[in-house]
Design a binder for this molecule. Structure first.
Ligand code: UDP
Length: 374
């Protein structure tokens, strides 16, 4: 750490998944000297997990259910961790009952008071319920066109209002479209081929990834305090902040978490319960179901969406997207003029999952390598 900042080959701002992957690639593949910084006092970004005072492992910034369809990506990450199967099961509490969620044949049968439903019966039932909207323009139309008004109101409307403080009709179809609707009995939360969790957690994974003699990590460090920057910079923070909000502020949704210890091994039957229509929190998460930790106590996280605070989710509206595109133009000029590259959920203002941002980081690495890697 005695090196002056300008003697590094590259500065990487943000030690989340994107920053850690790029640091690892630059050090191991190109032999570059890397300075990896983060505002926070830990690596792993929002994937950060830690042991709560009770000794129970928690996901500090909300649950991360790792999944991917990309075997190469999984193989790459497997250098830094072993995996355990991802037990990602969610229920939704609505109309005084717990339902499997996302909606599947079991949910449909329970909701419409049938003993069971075949896929053909469910198709016919949904055909009678759904609204005939060929090209849904927003999240409300998306859900109405798939399952109709009753299920939309029971499962989606209230949850989305709480989560975004916006009506689903004002959000892009991709928001509620993240959730599959299935005509089988598959109760897993997501559809991906590989669903697994790092055995020792995400913090351990990203720590191992960045343990390299060519990588120096400086935590609790603001990007703007680095005055003499190396010739190459990767910026993974919020894009509007990089440009000092000169075109205006992008809208972000934030969260706060209330972690409560319970004196029993498990409280919930599965990792996540969604509450579309009750409480101020959207969901309760008992991450022990996913981490597989054996412990006499457990911790439940109550998740409260809010407007202020650290940026978590870009808000997918047409207006925000238009402003982002203006920032993106500035970013492209900045890349050309000063070799500053922008990558990640915050820098690209897109609701990416963890595997997707890692794919983007690997793509950004290919660009860096082809332009500067000799
Ligand atoms: N959603 C909903 N009801 C639910 C769960 C999700 O209406 O029970 C909607 C909501 O708008 C949410 C979006 O679907 O923001 C995506 O949900 P997901 O669980 O993927 O959100 P994340 O885990 O990324 O917060």
């Amino acid at each position: 750490m005695n090196l002056s900042h300008s003697s590094y080959d590259i500065l990487i701002a943000g030690a989340g998944p994107v920053g850690c992957v790029l640091a690892e690639r630059c050090a191991t593949q190109l032999g570059w000297k890397v300075l990896l910084i983060d505002k926070r006092n830990h690596v792993a970004g929002n994937c950060y997990d830690r042991f709560h005072e009770s000794g129970v492992m928690i996901h500090q910034y909300g649950p991360h259910y790792f999944r991917t369809n990309n075997k190469d990506l999984l193989d790459y990450l497997s250098q830094f961790t072993e995996w355990i199967p991802g037990k990602y099961f969610v229920t939704s509490y609505t109309r005084n009952e717990y339902f499997p969620f996302p909606i599947n044949l079991l949910t449909l049968a329970q909701f419409f008071g049938k003993d069971s439903l075949t896929p053909e019966e469910a198709t016919a039932l949904l055909e009678s319920k759904r609204e005939k909207i060929a090209f849904p323009k927003n999240s409300e139309e998306f859900v109405l066109s798939r399952v109709g008004k009753e299920m939309y109101e029971a499962f989606y409307l209230g949850y989305t209002l709480k989560q975004w403080d916006m009506h689903p009709r004002d959000l892009s179809p991709s928001v509620c479209g993240r959730i599959p609707i299935r005509l089988n009995n598959d109760c897993r939360y997501v559809d991906h081929t590989y669903q697994c969790t790092p055995k020792e957690g995400f913090t351990a994974l990203f720590t191992k990834m960045t343990q390299h003699p060519l990588i120096d990590i400086q935590l609790a460090t603001d990007f703007n305090t680095i005055t003499h920057k190396p010739p190459l910079v990767i910026y993974t923070g919020a894009i509007d902040e990089y440009f000092q909000f000169k075109l205006g502020k992008l809208a972000w949704r934030s969260l706060s978490f209330d972690f409560q210890v319970k004196n029993q091994a498990y409280v919930q039957d599965n990792v996540q319960i969604n509450y579309p229509n009750e409480h101020d929190y959207t969901r309760t998460v008992e991450i022990k179901h996913v981490t597989g930790q054996v412990h006499p106590q457990t911790v439940i996280s109550y998740e409260y969406p809010k407007a202020e605070g650290d940026p978590y989710y870009p808000i997918p509206t047409d207006e925000n997207q238009a402003l982002y595109l203006q920032y993106k133009e500035l970013a492209e000029q900045e890349t050309k003029a000063h070799q500053v590259y922008f990558c990640g959920r915050l820098a690209e203002y897109k609701y990416f999952n963890t595997d997707e941002v890692i794919e983007n980081a690997l793509r950004t690495f290919d660009v860096l390598k082809s332009k500067h890697g000799h």
